[in-house]
Design a protein around this ligand. Structure first.
Ligand code: FAQ
Length: 319
């Protein structure tokens, strides 16, 4: 079916603005497909930040010192803030947070695969900061240049905080790497378990990524999944060497000509199983979110009642 002339003209003007590097703002005209793709990606991102609090939250009561407890508590709170920030960004596209939360709770919405893995030891908390926040930074630094203004601006602030989280995680790893043989072994075990899932955070390979072409065309994504994954590996391998840690990949080798650390094949069957809800902690994570939502019902009811009371008071005062 041919696109109506008026819409074709709007689309051409929209694409010209994107090509010129302009930022698209909430009240600007945008194709429905752009709105839909952004809503999908941003809501998944927001849900990831919220569900992402659970694996590390597991260690707040068991952090090995008061200093570690305080910094972990602050980090987990930051992640909640990131989620709320991105939900607000999504609201500028016309979808409210309640609707997105319902999609998460009834299993229609996705969140990052990485948060379906358990945190078994204290070293996992350090490794999540180092690898998971590290991967998030590589991805989100580029998203800070995304064509949609509210999302890009949210990323600038979020990346600053994620950088702090990464350093905090790396410092935990550094201390463990200089510790007793048991502490070093605990760190190595955490890296063994989190390395491959961290690479999966960047999504399927480019040949298998249905959304990439459109997102790249509209400059929401500025780099492909594989390009970002490679950048992460290149940045992370020297950090692992500095820690004296072995990356669990016998095929990992430096290509002197390109400067890339080439790595082995990702187990995509594991990735797809986790996306289907069959990861080690999918059920636990969803049950935790559903319980939190139920337990928070009285807070939502109280906030609504308070807002209505305020509105009535203001109406009386204005009369
Ligand atoms: N997990 O066509 P593509 C963080 C889905 S935040 C689950 O390549 P796209 C901070 C994808 O949605 C981490 N699902 O998709 C933190 C699509 O499904 P759909 C989250 C995944 O959008 C740290 C399908 O597969 N970050 O860590 C995954 O072009 C520590 C086909 O894939 C973001 O969300 C996955 N790993 O590229 C918090 C960043 N990968 O919707 C707490 C923003 C792919 O068609 C503690 N998002 N899928 O049904 C993005 O950059 C992109 O959306 C990608 C996926 C790269 C994730």
């Amino acid at each position: 079916m041919p696109v109506p002339t008026e819409e074709a003209a709007l689309l051409a003007a929209f694409e010209a603005r994107i090509a010129a590097g302009e930022s698209i703002e909430p009240k600007d005209w945008m194709p429905e497909r752009y709105r839909k793709q952004l809503t999908r990606m941003m809501s998944q991102h927001a849900h990831s930040e919220i569900v992402g609090m659970l694996p590390e939250g597991n260690w707040i009561t068991r952090a090995p010192s008061l200093r570690r407890k305080l910094s972990l508590l602050a980090k987990v709170q930051d992640e909640a803030g990131h989620g709320l920030y991105i939900y607000c960004g999504t609201e500028t596209l016309g979808v409210d947070r309640q609707e997105l939360t319902e999609q998460l709770l009834d299993g229609r919405a996705k969140y990052s695969s990485i948060f379906n893995y358990p945190t078994l030891t204290w070293a996992d908390v350090g490794v999540i900061g180092w690898l998971v926040d590290g991967a998030a930074i590589v991805n989100q630094t580029v998203l800070a240049k995304a064509s949609y203004g509210p999302y890009a601006r949210a990323m600038v602030r979020i990346c600053k905080e994620e950088n702090f989280h990464k350093r905090q995680g790396y410092e935990v790893c550094m201390v463990l790497s200089k510790g007793t043989p048991a502490q070093k072994a605990m760190l190595q075990d955490a890296v063994n378990r989190f390395w491959w899932p961290s690479l999966m955070m960047f999504g399927p390979s480019d040949t298998n990524s249905p959304n990439s072409a459109e997102l790249l065309k509209w400059r929401v994504k500025r780099k492909t999944n594989d390009e970002l994954r490679q950048r992460f590996v290149n940045l992370t391998v020297p950090q692992a060497i500095a820690l004296g840690i072995t990356i669990p990949d016998p095929d990992l080798k430096l290509n002197e000509a390109t400067g890339d650390w080439e790595f082995g094949e990702i187990d995509w069957s594991e990735f797809h199983a986790v996306l289907k809800g069959e990861g080690p902690c999918n059920h636990e994570r969803m049950a935790a979110r559903q319980a939190a939502h139920k337990e928070g019902e009285w807070v939502r009811a109280a906030a609504t009642a308070y807002a209505e009371k305020q509105k009535a008071r203001q109406a009386t005062a204005a009369a």
